[in-house]
Design a protein around this ligand. Structure first.
Ligand code: NDP
Length: 242
C-alpha cells in the first residue's frame, strides 16, 4: 500500500510546499486548510496532475470534531495514515502589557490546542513505523517583544512533543518538531516593513530569509527512511538564526 500523509495548513506557505514535496516523495497527501478552499484545491490539482494522489479536507485544527473528521476522511480515502505534519499556525503579535486576551486565546487555540488535538488523533491512528511532526519556531530563543502569545504557544508545542514521544513507546512511531527561523510566507511578511524584513533576514549567519523549500526538505527527511532514528527532538532549521 502507498504511504499517506496529512499536512495541516497546506493551502499556503510552508504547508503547501510540504504537501507538494511529500507527494513527490510518493505519499498520498491530505491537504488540510481552514478557510481557503480554492488554494487547497490548487495544491490538490498540482499533485494529481503530476500523477500523485491528494485530497483537500477543511478542518479547523482547534476544533476537536473537525480534527476527528480530518482523520476519518483520510482513513476512508487512503486506508492508512503514515505521516502527520501539524504545520497549521498563526502569529498575530501583541505586547503583554496590552493584555489582549482575545489574541492570546486565538493563538493558543490554533497553535497549542491544535497541536494537542492533532497529536491525540495521530497517536490513535498513525500506523506502526509512522512519523508525527509538529511545528515550533526558532523565535522561541529570541524573546522578541510582542511575540508573547506566539512564543508561549510554541513552548507548549515543544513540551507536547517530548511527552507524546514517550507515550508512544513500543509503537515504532517518532514524534519531532521542526522550529524554522524566519521564512518568506504571509505569516512572516505581513505587517513588516522592507527594512524590518531586511534586518531580520540578515540575522542568520547564512544571511537570507528561509524559503518554504528549506523546511519541506527537513520534513521530507524526518518523514522518509533516513529520518527514522530521530525521535523526541526539536530540529531548528534556521540558517543559524539561533
Ligand atoms: P501561512 O500563514 O503562510 O499559512 C498558514 C496555513 O495554516 C494556511 O494554510 C492556513 O489555512 C492554515 N491555518 C491557519 N489556521 C488554521 C486552523 N485553525 N486550522 C487549520 N489550518 C489553519 O504560515 P506559514 O506557512 O509561514 O507557517 C506554517 C508553520 O510554520 C506555522 O506553524 C508557523 O508558526 C511555523 N513557522 C513559520 C515561520 C515563518 O517565518 N513563516 C517561522 C517559524 C515557524 P487557510 O489558507 O485556509 O487560512
Amino acid at each position: 500500500m502507498r504511504k499517506t500523509a496529512i499536512v495541516t495548513g497546506a493551502s499556503r506557505g510552508i504547508g503547501r510546499t510540504i504537501a507538494l514535496r511529500l507527494a513527490a516523495d510518493g505519499f498520498g497527501v491530505v491537504v488540510n486548510y481552514a478557510g481557503n478552499a480554492a488554494k487547497a484545491e490548487e495544491v490538490v490539482n498540482e499533485i494529481t496532475s503530476s500523477g500523485g494522489r491528494a485530497l483537500a479536507v477543511q478542518a479547523d485544527v482547534a476544533n476537536p470534531e473537525d480534527v476527528k473528521q480530518l482523520f476519518e476522511r483520510t482513513l476512508q480515502a487512503f486506508g492508512q495514515i503514515d505521516v502527520v505534519v501539524n504545520n497549521a499556525g498563526i502569529m498575530p503579535l501583541s505586547p503583554i502589557a496590552k493584555g489582549d486576551v482575545e489574541t492570546f486565546d486565538k493563538v493558543i487555540a490554533t497553535n497549542l490546542r491544535g497541536t494537542f488535538l492533532v497529536f491525540s488523533q495521530a497517536a490513535q491512528h498513525v500506523a506502526e513505523g509512522g512519523r508525527i511532526i509538529a511545528f515550533s519556531s526558532s523565535v522561541l530563543a529570541k524573546n522578541f517583544p510582542s511575540y508573547g502569545p506566539y512564543i508561549a504557544s510554541k513552548a507548549g508545542v515543544e513540551g507536547l512533543v517530548h511527552v507524546l514521544a514517550n507515550e508512544l513507546r513500543g509503537h515504532k512511531i517518532t514524534v519531532n518538531a521542526i522550529a524554522p527561523g524566519p521564512v518568506g510566507t504571509e505569516l512572516f511578511l505581513d505587517g513588516k516593513t522592507e527594512e524590518q524584513i531586511k534586518q531580520i533576514s540578515s540575522m542568520a549567519p547564512l544571511e537570507r530569509l528561509g524559503q518554504p523549500d528549506d523546511i519541506a526538505g527537513v520534513v521530507s527527511f524526518l518523514a522518509g527512511p533516513d529520518g527514522g532514528w530521530v525521535n523526541a527532538q526539536v530540529l531548528r532549521a534556521n540558517g543559524g538564526f539561533a
